[in-house]
Design a protein around this ligand. Structure first.
Ligand code: G3H
Ligand code: 13P
Ligand code: ZN
Length: 369
């Protein structure tokens, strides 16, 4: 459903278009890209436009905090859509929300929310998800839940190993909650170090879960979500390390595995880390290519460079951007000290997003919605 006031779509028609394409023999998933600042949003939207693919722009609780609240994220994303005359269907989604954040985003005009109660026992998880569905559904806002737990960092908690979703219970979760989408843990993990956990990648969990949805006739209304899906391009890792960073054993999910998961029934694929890597590589290279430029910009570039110099392991742009005035990060950087570096960042995000949308099989699906 389109939220007319804001031109944002619930993610349901987007995911349904991917499902119909898959049923037609062309497996597809919609890319969901995390956002923290204006140029990142613009780069993502330009990438969707380039590929002609609908897309999901998602902001985590951390992103909401960084930007000072859901209303600022929404205004920033709408501004970016307007600035590049975006007519592609886009959903604005809360990533890994709790009840409080999901309620705030529903109130502030997000078109989709995730309630991640996966750390709770299943019946409590179902109850928490149902409560959010009751608030979201009357406003046409779609809801994603999560079942099972990814290894690595999730919801401020670190899990040593994956707690896999039980495919037999996936139709039950949808039945009980009425959620539109469900993240199922199948062996991926968040962040740039997926190496050791990927030995536990269990695509058969996707396959069995999707077969269950089909058996119960749920597959055109309820959709599976793949978290922790970044491919961690090795050229970006090398670039970060070449220009002063220090990333060790950074590995993503191979693209063939993501495509296998999509062919097995995944319809939403989450990408955050890849964009963080591209942004961080660009900042690091910019400071090396332009020695001393920070001296001309004591309030903006100098503090950013200092954090990068002192934290060679960081890939989170918020680590080094939180030291500047947040207002600079909510709008077009033209005419500011960020103009040049953001002009380098935008096309790299655009190219990566367009490439992923094509690989995910959703290029061209914008015209089907
Ligand atoms: O699920 C994790 C996403 O990469 C968002 O990360 O909570 O640090 O913004 P974040
Ligand atoms: P990555 O860390 O693999 O990009 O995963 C992102 C994600 O799942 C966001 O919810
Ligand atoms: Zn996630």
């Amino acid at each position: 459903m389109s939220n007319k006031a804001s031109n944002l779509f619930s993610m349901t028609p987007l995911l349904k278009a991917a499902e119909l394409s898959s049923l037609d023999g062309k497996p597809a998933a919609i890319g969901a890209f995390n956002v923290n600042f204006y140029t990142q949003a613009l780069g993502i939207i330009e990438g969707l436009k380039k590929a002609g693919g609908p897309g999901i722009i998602q902001a985590s609780k951390g992103a909401n905090k960084f930007q000072g609240g859901a209303e600022h994220i929404k205004a920033m994303v709408l501004q970016a859509m307007q600035d590049c005359q975006c007519t592609i269907p886009v959903a604005l989604h809360l990533d890994h929300g709790n009840s409080e954040a999901a309620s705030a985003c529903i109130e502030n005009g997000f078109s989709s929310v995730m309630i991640d109660a996966s750390h709770s026992p299943l019946e409590e998880n179902i109850q928490a998800t149902l409560e959010i569905v009751k608030k979201a559904a009357p406003k046409g806002v779609s809801v994603e839940g999560e079942y099972g737990m990814l290894a690595g960092v999730e919801e401020d908690i670190i899990h040593e190993t994956t707690t896999y979703a039980n495919p037999m219970l996936v139709p039950y979760f949808f039945d009980e909650t009425g959620a539109d989408a469900l993240a199922i843990a199948y062996g991926t993990s968040h962040g740039p170090n997926k190496g050791q956990n990927l030995s536990g990648l269990a695509i058969h969990i996707v396959d069995q879960s999707y077969k269950g949805l089909k058996a119960y006739g749920q597959n055109e209304k309820h959709f599976l979500v793949s978290h922790g899906s970044s491919t961690v391009p090795q050229d970006l890792v090398a670039e970060i390390n070449q220009y002063g960073g220090n990333l060790k054993a950074a590995r993503g999910v191979p693209m063939e595995k993501i495509k296998e998961a999509i062919a097995s029934g995944m319809r939403k694929v989450n990408i955050d880390t890849d964009l963080r890597l591209g942004i961080t590589a660009t900042f690091r290279k910019y400071f090396i290519d332009n020695p001393g430029i920070e001296n001309d910009s004591p309030n903006v570039l100098a503090p950013i460079k200092k954090v990068l110099d002192e934290n060679p392991g960081t890939i989170d742009p918020r680590d080094y951007l939180k030291v500047i005035d947040i207002k600079l990060l909510r709008k077009d950087p033209a005419g500011t000290d960020l103009e040049d570096v953001m002009a380098l960042i935008k096309p790299r995000i655009t190219a990566h997003v367009a490439m992923l949308v094509k690989e995910f099989g959703s290029a061209g699906l914008a015209s089907h919605i």
